[in-house]
Design a binder for this molecule. Structure first.
Ligand SMILES: Nc1nc2c(ncn2[C@@H]2O[C@H](COP(=O)(O)OP(=O)(O)OP(=O)(O)O)[C@@H](O)[C@H]2O)c(=O)[nH]1
Ligand SMILES: [Mg+2]
Length: 312
């Protein structure tokens, strides 16, 4: 099942409310007798309010509403205009075919997973290892959360479930040293990518953020261009707060992709649009549950369909 089905599957009642309200707006605006006219002010306001309430954020909402205003000239349906505009936001930050693209480049690839406490990092590492293994690669998990003893055990359970190798830290060890071990082990055993789980950290705590810098330094010494992917895991249920976290992490840890976890538990899925629009970062995966197969590669097309299509 694709992203579309998975999001619909995990739907909360509030997401249904969003869809219902959107349907009300477009049904009126796209009625045959109104279709060739400019969208009226009440409709624009209702749309604006709906997008803000879904956490699309002001800048992206302004862009979408402005595009809709030009309808009279284009004669398109309001539904299509909104969908096209959001697609364009996502497409403008999709990964370019350069050295950051998943295929090719120096090996092992290094994927660093970062974020504040409890957003879903460890779970994401487990699910991602599974997803990558199913695609035929041989990933290795690195347990660089040396902060909590239970963190390594939690990750070992995921490694067993996904049936992938894990390099673990001794409790209290330097996380950068564990990353070094994991990359060495990956080279020796022919494993790629190395997926690194890190401790949760508040983005405003300087010493913890410095630790990430050290991990990056060690990785870049071992493999050119590493870490190739720095995935920031955001909890979709915290909405706009995720944007300020993302700004801090991007500045210090060089985040170049987002995992939007817990999308199954929120009506605020619009935050994905705000992330792409305001931060210019691509959403790479979405988490839609707590099981091993509950991580789905992000597709702008399916995401927009899930949010804005009436057929459920
Ligand atoms: N519903 C749902 N729950 C999720 C998802 N991803 C993670 N969780 C749950 O969120 C909780 C925290 O997940 P972890 O993976 O331990 O989060 P973490 O970021 O590693 O936490 P720390 O290491 O303590 O910072 C767990 O109960 C997970 O099962 C998701 O996509 N959907
Ligand atoms: Mg964790």
């Amino acid at each position: 099942m694709g992203l579309l089905g998975r999001i619909r599957d995990g739907l909360t009642r509030t997401t249904q409310q969003f869809v219902d309200r959107f349907e009300d707006i477009v049904r009126r605006a796209d009625a045959p007798e109104r279709r060739s006219r400019a969208v009226d002010v009440e409709t624009l306001e209702a749309l604006e309010e709906l997008l803000i309430s879904a956490d699309v954020g002001l800048p992206a909402t302004d862009r979408i509403v402005s595009a809709v205003k030009s309808r009279a000239r284009r004669g398109e349906s309001l539904r299509d205009l909104v969908k096209q505009e959001i697609r364009a936001v996502f497409d403008s930050v999709a990964w370019p075919a350069d050295g950051t693209a998943p295929a090719g480049g120096p090996e092992p690839r290094v994927v660093l997973v970062v974020g504040v406490n409890g957003t879903g990092k460890t779970t994401t590492v487990g699910k991602l290892a599974n997803l990558i293994k199913l695609s035929g690669a041989k990933p290795l998990i690195c347990a660089a959360d040396t902060f909590r003893a239970a963190a390594v055990e939690q990750l070992e359970i995921w490694a067993r479930r996904a049936d992938v190798d894990i390099v673990r830290a001794r409790e209290g060890a330097d996380p950068a040293a564990v990353v070094f071990d994991a990359i060495s082990s990956g080279k020796a055993r022919g494993r790629t990518p190395i997926i690194i789980d890190t401790a949760g950290r508040i983005h405003t705590r300087v010493n913890l953020m410095n630790e990430l810098e050290k991990i990056r330094r060690v990785a870049s010494r071992e493999v050119p261009g590493a870490p190739h992917e720095v995935l920031l895991v955001l909890d979709a249920t915290v909405g706009q707060n995720g944007l300020s976290q993302a700004r801090e992490f991007t500045a210090v840890a060089g985040v170049n992709g987002i995992v939007l976890a817990k999308l199954d538990g929120t009506a605020k899925g619009g935050v994905a649009v705000a992330i792409a629009h305001d931060l210019r970062l691509p959403i790479r995966y979405v988490g839609v549950g707590e099981s091993i197969d509950d991580l789905v590669p992000f597709s702008a097309e399916e995401y927009v369909d899930a949010l804005f299509e009436e057929k459920w």
